[in-house]
Design a protein. Structure first.
Length: 161
């Protein structure tokens, strides 16, 4: 099966892995790693190609799929195509149903983290992603996410000018 080889990490360490959905994998890695990290690059590849990369870079291995970002690992990371700003829609060829959900996922935010920004429970954000945010929260959401109020609630604010 073809998926993607990705590099996720920071200036010191990088995880080189394989996934059919690197955007979701990034969220999990960012949550679990305890380090600031970003998607460094993604390339269509196979599991075998990921294993080959691990073998070639073994002298830089820290543990598991984590490597020191130096020498050949740094070169590998520099050679990967930069991850698109909006990974999920590009990978799957369509926009998520809700722009708020796309924003949250693209920025590696959990429901809890986004809810904290708006002073609400995570269940509220979950509901907003599946329907519409309340009109009294739209301007706050727009200020935080830069998603137009006209996109969030065209029924209240009308179509974009």
């Amino acid at each position: 099966m073809t998926g993607f080889v990705y590099a996720i990490g920071n200036s010191e360490r990088v995880k080189i892995g394989y996934s059919a959905d690197p955007a979701s994998r990034f969220v999990k890695i960012k949550s679990d790693s305890g380090h600031d990290c970003e998607i460094i690059g993604i390339i269509p590849a196979t599991v075998e190609q990921e294993r080959e990369a691990h073998s070639l870079l073994r002298e830089y291995r820290l543990h598991g799929e984590w490597f020191r970002r130096e020498g050949a690992v740094a070169v590998f990371c520099d050679m990967l195509p930069a991850a698109p700003v909006r990974v999920r829609p590009i990978l799957f060829g369509k926009e998520p149903a809700c722009p708020l959900q796309a924003y949250r996922k693209d920025n590696g935010l959990t429901l809890e983290a986004l809810a904290a920004k708006f002073g609400v429970q995570k269940a509220a954000v979950w509901k907003w992603e599946r329907s519409k945010p309340p009109a009294d929260k739209v301007l706050d959401i727009e200020a935080e996410t830069k998603i137009s109020r006209h996109v969030l609630r065209p029924d209240v604010f009308g179509d974009a000018p």
